[in-house]
Design a protein. Structure first.
Lengths: 142, 283
C-alpha cells in the first residue's frame, strides 16, 4: 500500500531550519499503513530535507558551516539572465547548499509509529527564502 | 519608510484564477517558469526585507498583444485587499483611441495613484504629441508617471522607443509632471544620470539587474559607469528603490543597493524618502 500527502511550509528568512518531525509524525499516525517506510521528499532545488539533532548551537553551526563553504557573495556562473525564467539566477548559494544537504530522508514505521533515535529530528532546510515550499510525504508499507 | 516603486504583480494569487489568462500574461511579459503565490507570501517577503510599501504596476498593451495582461481593475482588486501595503498605478495603451478616457476612469473612479507606460512594448515614443493628453490628465490628478525605459526583458520590445533622451522633451514641456525613468535607463546609465541631474521633476529607479548579482551590478553602474560620488553629492534626491519583481526579489535588490558605500541619509532617500516625494505622499 502507498499513501501520498503534501505538506506546505512558509519560510520567513533566507536561511532557516524548520523542524517538521511533528508534521510527519501526525501524517504517519493518521495513515492506514502500520509497518513500512515514510519518505519525506522536497520538491525544490534550493532547499533541503535533513535529519539532525535539534539544538540551537548545532543549528547555528550548520548555518555557519554551510555559509563558510558556500558564501553568499561569490562570482557564481548562475548569476546571469535566464530566459527560461525571465529572471536573473540570484540563488546559486541555495542550489549548492541543497546539493550538500540532499532533498529527502527515510524513516521506518513500526506498529504505526516512526522509529527514530532520541536525538533525531526531521528538518526542512530553507536556503533561498522567503518562499512557500512543498514537501511530499509518501508512506509505503502494509 | 521603505518603498519599492516597481513591482509587476503578475503572479499575485487573487488575480491568477484564470489559467488561460495567466499563460497569456506569462507569454507577453516574458515570464516562463514562474507560478502564482498567495498574498501571504508577499507579506512575509516584505517583512523579511523590511519593505513597507509596494507600487503595483499594471500593463496594457492590448492593441499589440490582443489582451490587457494586468488590468487597472486587477490592480484595484489588490489594493482593496491590502491598501496599507500596496499603492496602485494605472496603465493605458496609448494606441487606443479612448486612452484618455480610460486613464481618467482609472485615476478618478478606481482611485489609482499614477500612470505606467511601456514605450518600448507599446511601440510609441514618449515625446509623441499623441501622449500629451495623458500627461495632462496626470497633472490634473497630481499623479506621477513611470516610464519603462532602457532595455526591457519582455519580448517584442524595441530600445529605440526607450532612450532616456526621449523623456527630456516631456520633462521640459511638463515641468510639474513627476516622472520616473525606470531601470535607470540601462544601458544608458550616464545619460539617465544627466537627465535626472538637470530636470527637477525627473527621477530614475533601480528596478532590475541586467548582469551578475545585485551587489556586482550596482557597484558597476553606480560606482564605475558613474563617478563614485555622483549619487552622494549630486543626485541623492532623484533615485528610487525599485526591484522589478517578480524578475528579482525585492530583498535582494535592496541588499544590493545597501552594499553601496553611501551615507545613511542618502540611503534612506533612495529606499523611500525620494519615493514619497515622487508619489506625492508628503506635502
Amino acid at each position: 500500500m502507498v499513501e501520498f500527502t503534501k505538506l506546505q511550509k512558509y519560510s520567513t528568512k533566507e536561511f532557516e531550519l524548520i523542524k517538521i518531525t511533528d508534521d510527519v509524525r501526525e501524517i504517519v499516525a493518521n495513515s492506514k499503513i502500520k509497518n513500512g517506510l515514510v519518505f519525506v521528499i522536497l520538491s525544490h532545488t534550493t532547499a533541503g530535507i535533513m535529519i539532525n539533532e535539534s539544538l540551537p548551537c548545532l543549528e547555528r553551526d550548520i548555518e555557519d558551516t554551510l555559509e563558510d563553504l558556500i558564501p553568499l557573495h561569490k562570482d557564481y556562473a548562475h548569476s546571469h539572465f535566464l530566459p527560461s525564467y525571465g529572471a536573473i539566477g540570484g540563488n546559486a548559494p541555495g542550489h549548492l547548499k541543497s546539493m550538500l544537504v540532499g532533498n529527502h530522508c527515510v524513516v521506518p514505521i513500526v506498529d504505526g509509529k516512526m522509529v527514530m533515535g532520541m536525538a533525531q529530528d526531521i528538518y526542512f532546510a530553507e536556503f533561498d527564502g522567503v518562499q512557500l515550499r512543498t514537501i511530499y510525504v509518501e508512506i509505503i508499507g502494509e | 519608510m521603505v518603498i519599492d516603486v516597481h513591482v509587476h504583480p503578475a503572479f499575485y494569487g487573487p488575480i491568477c484564477d484564470d489559467k488561460n489568462r495567466l499563460l497569456k500574461r506569462k507569454q507577453v511579459m516574458g515570464y516562463d517558469l514562474m507560478s502564482p503565490f498567495p498574498l501571504e507570501l508577499v507579506e512575509k517577503q516584505m517583512a523579511f526585507a523590511n519593505i513597507d510599501k509596494l507600487v503595483l504596476l499594471p500593463e496594457d498593451t492590448e492593441t499589440i498583444d490582443g489582451e490587457i495582461v494586468i488590468s487597472n481593475e486587477e490592480i484595484k482588486k489588490l489594493i482593496d485587499l491590502d491598501s496599507q501595503r500596496f499603492i496602485g498605478f494605472a496603465s493605458v495603451d496609448p494606441n487606443k483611441k479612448d486612452a484618455a478616457a480610460i486613464l481618467q476612469y482609472a485615476l478618478k473612479d478606481l482611485n489609482l495613484k499614477g500612470l505606467a507606460l511601456y514605450p518600448s512594448k507599446q511601440h510609441v515614443y514618449p515625446n509623441d504629441p499623441a501622449l500629451f493628453p495623458l500627461y495632462e490628465i496626470c497633472l490634473e490628478h497630481n499623479v506621477p508617471v513611470t516610464f519603462d525605459a532602457g532595455l526591457s526583458w519582455q519580448p517584442n520590445t524595441l530600445l529605440k522607443y526607450a532612450h532616456p533622451y526621449l523623456f527630456e522633451e516631456v520633462a521640459v514641456r511638463y515641468p510639474q509632471l513627476r516622472m520616473n525613468i525606470s531601470h535607470f535607463g540601462f544601458p544608458w546609465i550616464v545619460e539617465t544620470a544627466a537627465i535626472i541631474l538637470k530636470h527637477p521633476n525627473v527621477y530614475a529607479d533601480t528596478a532590475g539587474v541586467y548582469m551578475d548579482c545585485p551587489e556586482q551590478f550596482f557597484s558597476d553602474i553606480f560606482q564605475k559607469m558613474m563617478g563614485s560620488l555622483w549619487i552622494e553629492h549630486n543626485i541623492a534626491d532623484k533615485i528610487l528603490f525599485g526591484s522589478n519583481n517578480p524578475r528579482f526579489r525585492p530583498a535582494r535588490i535592496k541588499r544590493g543597493l545597501e552594499s553601496l558605500p553611501l551615507s545613511k541619509i542618502t540611503m534612506d532617500k533612495l529606499l523611500g524618502g525620494n519615493a514619497a516625494n515622487f508619489l506625492g505622499l508628503e506635502g
